[in-house]
Ligand binder design. Structure first.
Ligand code: IPE
Ligand code: IPE
Ligand code: MG
Length: 237
């Protein structure tokens, strides 16, 4: 596939699920699956860049994932910090801008600092935007948006008639970005698990039984082939 293919989605969302089951299948601990998941992510980012996808949003850690054991949460944090440290240079060279969406302050200070550093250092990159959803939940995102609108209304900066769909979009973490055209979920689960609920209104959904560590660029191409055949009507005929 080449950059000239204008049927390509501008924005792809990915729910990277199944690391734990992938590891269990091999009799390995969940952390082994998470580590393999980072390698899969690295390949997918590169592939999306090569294809000319403008926006990619990956779901890496949900607000609900804090329910997991402190051991597992700790492993995920360390992998994240490691990834942001080791891969940042390559990511920047590839023109990828990192934008973490979610409640960064829910993370320990050193993790939050590393996240801010990655965002700051890659801010001039314009080839592709990589939104990494961390401590992210779509409902929490909507609560945050409503609060900011309520504050503006209370202080007289916004009237009731100023509140519309566009304004709400502008108060989401994905402010200024097109809505996802395609949302992929790996591991066979058929749900969104609190991912981009507002933005996904007209996204095409693609579910695959493949566990995230096995989701190769060829698997992404299969998702794109499926997307290409969809007829997107947005409520029209
Ligand atoms: C996805 O894999 C990674 C995160 C949610 C952080 P899981 O850890 O959910 O793996 P399964 O779904 O238990 O196999
Ligand atoms: C969704 O996966 C969140 C991420 C991939 C980060 P989960 O494994 O947390 O979702 P559920 O629990 O199966 O809905
Ligand atoms: Mg899971």
């Amino acid at each position: 596939m080449s950059q000239a293919d204008n049927w390509l989605p501008r924005h792809i969302g990915i729910i990277m699920d199944g690391n734990g089951r992938w590891a269990a299948q091999q009799g390995k601990p969940r952390s082994f699956g998470h580590r393999a998941g980072v390698n899969a992510l690295r390949e997918i980012i590169k592939h999306c860049g090569d294809l000319g996808i403008e926006y990619v949003t990956v779901y890496a850690f949900s607000t609900e994932n804090f329910k997991r054991s402190s051991d597992e949460v700790g492993t995920l944090m360390s992998l994240l910090v490691e990834f942001l440290k080791n891969d940042l240079e390559t990511i920047i060279q590839n023109g990828v801008r990192i934008n973490v969406i979610g409640d960064i302050d829910a993370f320990p200070a050193p993790v939050a600092a590393q996240i801010r550093r990655a965002m700051q250092k890659s801010r001039e990159c314009g080839r592709m935007m990589l939104n990494i959803a961390l401590a992210y939940g779509a409902r929490a995102e909507l609560v945050r948006a409503v609060k900011s609108i309520a504050l503006d209304a209370a202080e007289g900066r916004l009237g009731q008639d100023d509140i519309n769909e566009q304004l709400i979009s502008q108060r989401l973490y994905t402010e200024g970005q097109p809505d996802p055209d395609l949302i992929i979920r790996t591991s066979g689960e058929l749900r969104l698990s609190n991912f981009l609920l507002y933005q996904a209104a007209y996204a095409e959904l693609y579910f695959t039984p493949v566990f995230w560590p096995d989701f190769t660029p060829a698997e992404l191409d299969l998702a794109l082939e499926s997307y290409k055949k969809r007829s997107r009507r947005f409520g029209g005929v």
